[in-house]
Design a binder for this molecule. Sequence first.
Ligand SMILES: [Zn+2]
Length: 130
Amino acid sequence: MALTPQQQQELRQRILDRRRQLAAELRGDAARSRAEQYGTLAGSTHDSGDESVADLLVDVGQAELNRDLAELRDLEVARMRIDGGTYGTCTDCGAEIGYDRLHANPAAIRCLACQTRHEKTHGGRGTPKL
Ligand SMILES: [Zn+2]
């Protein structure tokens, strides 16, 4: 069933809210990760054990940052799709994605069946190395 204008409006608001929240988090994370890289964490000691923990924390920070950036990109695509009138349609098969799925994940661009297949083929979000 196609989305009602009311549902579209609601999902659009969710996308905008999430984008704003994510952007605020990213600003905080980026500042923290810069501080970590400039040695507030690793520079205070010369013990190699602590340094590797600091390296690990920076890596985890980077992974989170990358995931947030990917989500932000998805949300941006979703917003453009709403404005372009293609929101809620699966990019792979053209079926309706469905309100329930969009409500849970407003940035979804595929129906559940295509998303499952996509993740099997491409191994999730990571860059496929084929
Ligand atoms: Zn599909």
